[in-house]
Write a protein that binds this ligand. Sequence first.
Ligand SMILES: Cc1cc2nc3c(=O)[nH]c(=O)nc-3n(C[C@H](O)[C@H](O)[C@H](O)COP(=O)(O)O)c2cc1C
Length: 194
Amino acid sequence: MDFSGMLKTRRSVYGLNKNLPVFTDKIINLVRNSVRYVPDAFDMKSQRVIVVMGDAHEKFWNAVYDELVKYTGGPIPRERLDSFAAAAGTILYFFDSAVVNETRVKYPLYAGNFHDWVMQSNGMLQFAIWTGLAEMGVGANLQHYNPVIDKMVARMFDLPEAWVLVAEMPFGGIAEQPSPKMPEDIDIRVKIEK
Ligand SMILES: Cc1cc2nc3c(=O)[nH]c(=O)nc-3n(C[C@H](O)[C@H](O)[C@H](O)COP(=O)(O)O)c2cc1C
């Protein structure tokens, strides 16, 4: 598959199951390589990832449910969370605010840019992994239960205080394909100047 093919193949897949078409080692390698090679401002290596699988995965989504119940003050529908728990795993994306603050102090001229940069790098990382998973035939989607779940996640995985949760990406076998994308006149959004 060429790169444009990979771009087209990456979709938000909500119908996920535990039947991965590849060995989990291949997914873990993709995550490791993505963290290694995705760029970061000043090469500060601020990005952090946890791949949650197996029993920890069920436990994680049950705890997300409990946090949402606490937050809303009442029982909430479980279907959406159950669909994420039905996946093979979830990749949690963080940045390390201690690393970002150290770099900010070193480069005071750019101090105001660091929040945007660290989020841009995190987005690149999410995109690299999401697209790499798609290339292997593994479906994924992107969720944001942070900040409601931040404290629970820090406790569950015994994380340094400086790690800031950015996104949650359930992944798994594709039980149901997403609907095709709507046609779009891309020239409205892309201009070529010569
Ligand atoms: C920064 C960002 C935040 C997103 N947040 C969510 C989210 O919280 N929940 C969700 O279901 N999808 C989320 N999405 C997925 C988008 O809704 C989805 O990518 C978009 O509708 C295009 O569909 P596609 O991914 O199938 O191409 C997010 C995507 C991006 C890039």
